[in-house]
Ligand binder design. Structure first.
Ligand SMILES: [Zn+2]
Length: 152
């Protein structure tokens, strides 16, 4: 609520309570305002600054509720969101794995057979190399990598 000091043409002063400053303008335009003392419909807003009625207490700082969605996904189409999620997952993989490049199939095999320290690795493998790893039961995953993030 907002309180305005109003006065009529006859000089009577009174308070008007409105939902907003726009309400005052709209009610005035529609001729809904009149002086409670003389009924004069020519009402003006006083020069005094409007007082905001926020209740007895000082307005509390609104607590930021953690958004369920990440803001940058808001309003994006599902395809775009999937791309964002995919690119984040890729970043995670890139950050947490060791790049062994073309040694990938060999290194993956060594790790699997405990000939190399166990760790997350990434690198390139041909289709044949990939299939061979899978055939041996070695857990590998293929990810299409955008050109700009090319693993090398
Ligand atoms: Zn009046």
């Amino acid at each position: 609520m907002i309180v305005f000091d109003l006065h009529c043409k006859g000089g009577h002063r009174f308070e008007g309570w409105f939902g907003s400053a726009k309400d005052f303008v709209s009610q005035k335009k529609r001729g809904l305002l009149s002086c409670p003392t003389c009924g004069n419909g020519s009402i003006e807003k006083g020069l005094s600054a409007p007082r905001l009625n926020m209740g007895a207490q000082e307005p509390k700082q609104l607590k930021q509720v953690p958004a369920r969605k990440t803001p940058d996904m808001e309003g994006k189409d599902p395809f775009a969101v999937a791309q964002i999620l995919y690119s984040r997952m890729l970043d995670e993989i890139l950050a947490k794995s060791e790049d062994v490049g073309a040694q990938f199939p060999e290194e993956a095999r060594k790790i699997y057979y405990n000939e190399s320290p166990g760790r997350a690795i990434r690198g390139q493998a041909t289709q044949e190399e990939h299939d061979a790893l899978v055939d041996e039961g070695i857990p590998v995953a293929r990810f299409p990598v955008p050109r700009s993030d090319r693993l090398n």
